[in-house]
Design a protein around this ligand. Structure first.
Ligand SMILES: Cc1cc2nc3c(=O)[nH]c(=O)nc-3n(C[C@H](O)[C@H](O)[C@H](O)COP(=O)(O)OP(=O)(O)OC[C@H]3O[C@@H](n4cnc5c(N)ncnc54)[C@H](O)[C@@H]3O)c2cc1C
Length: 303
């Protein structure tokens, strides 16, 4: 089979940073973007036959996955494309496969002297996941530097979508076209970013500073999926609301809200998704009671 590989049910606990999740029914691993249509056909056939749905998996750093045999067929990328760089005046146009880790791209951009991504230092996902989630921190998000992306949709096939074709939200993005749904309806295979020239030493300095700040205030080495809940308002961050409601450090079995940052749910080793969901329900109730805010999940729950 050319352009993609079919694999038996992947164990999602091994594919998510939280280390939770049962086995999906199957995995379709796309190795050449031009076969995205065939790969999606294969995934959808498998899903239809077995009453499952198709999901796109990046580096699993924003996912909370249930246990058991899951009615999911996973589509993943293994494109091995590397990075291409084009200079346009004082700008750099960087293009990479959507499966490239964001951290690798940041490191390459820094050594080439291209700035714009420094504030994203420490975010562990892939480039495709960062686009789908509009990942961001310290006031910068992926949308700020996106020029275009190669995407596959059922309606339009494989095509280059310009930044303006996307509607970005706080931790999410959808296509502008009529009838397209949320991010899960388009597969990102390549991402093209527009950065500006800067001294590599200054870029690295800023990245190190961002990383230091995250290290001091977030459990970056723990098994988590980053922030569990979205901030209801910038001036009312979910972490603060959770703290005020007494959730910091609250534990259920092997899961706990981090003692360092209440909006991070940690798997301390023997945690389960059921325990995570119990804590999430408890936290929502407590925050609603305490401050009137109803917290919305930032992590994606599968299935
Ligand atoms: C320690 C830690 C710190 C974090 N800090 C931050 C932070 O500061 N800011 C922030 O925004 N996030 C943060 N996150 C969350 C996470 O890293 C980001 O959301 C990241 O962009 C997710 O990328 P991923 O490849 O892991 O996506 P996944 O978790 O695999 O998937 C997330 C979503 O993106 C979709 N998706 C993934 N790849 C593709 C693709 N190729 N095409 C279409 N859809 C796709 C999936 O279907 C899913 O809906 C943090 C996570 C951790 C563990």
């Amino acid at each position: 089979m050319k352009g993609y590989a079919l694999l038996e049910g992947p164990c999602l606990a091994r594919r998510t940073t939280m280390g939770l999740g049962g086995d999906a029914l199957a995995e379709v691993r796309l190795t050449e973007a031009r076969f995205a249509g065939e790969a999606l056909d294969a995934a959808e056939r498998l899903a239809r036959d077995r009453g499952a749905r198709v999901v796109f998996l990046g580096r699993g750093s924003n996912l909370l996955v249930r246990e058991g045999t899951l009615p999911l067929v996973v589509v993943s990328l293994d494109l091995g494309l590397g990075l291409s760089v084009r200079r346009e005046g004082g700008r750099g146009i960087l293009r990479a496969g959507a499966d490239m880790p964001l951290a690798a791209l940041l490191a390459r951009a820094a050594s080439l002297g291209f700035s714009g991504l420094e504030a994203l230092a420490g975010i562990p996902g892939s480039l495709g996941g960062a686009l789908a989630m509009n990942a961001g921190s310290f006031g910068t998000c992926l949308a700020d530097v996106l020029r275009s992306a190669l995407i596959f949709t059922r309606e339009g096939g494989l095509r280059e979508a310009e930044a303006g074709d996307f509607v970005f939200a706080y931790r999410g993005c959808r296509l502008r076209e009529e009838g397209s749904g949320p991010a899960a309806d388009f597969l990102v295979t390549e991402v093209c970013l527009e950065l500006v020239r800067k001294d590599p030493a200054r870029i690295r300095e800023r990245m190190a500073e961002v990383f230091r700040q995250k290290q001091a205030g977030q459990p970056i080495a723990a098994r988590s999926a980053g922030c569990v809940f979205k901030n209801p308002r910038p001036e009312r961050p979910a972490g603060r609301l959770l703290e005020e409601a007494g959730l910091r450090g609250r534990r259920c079995g092997g899961m706990r809200f981090s003692p360092l940052h209440a909006n991070f749910l940690e798997n301390t080793g023997e945690g389960s998704c059921a325990q995570a969901l119990e804590l999430i329900a408890l936290a929502r109730e407590a925050v609603e009671r305490q401050s009137g805010f109803s917290l919305e999940l930032e992590v994606r729950l599968w299935p």
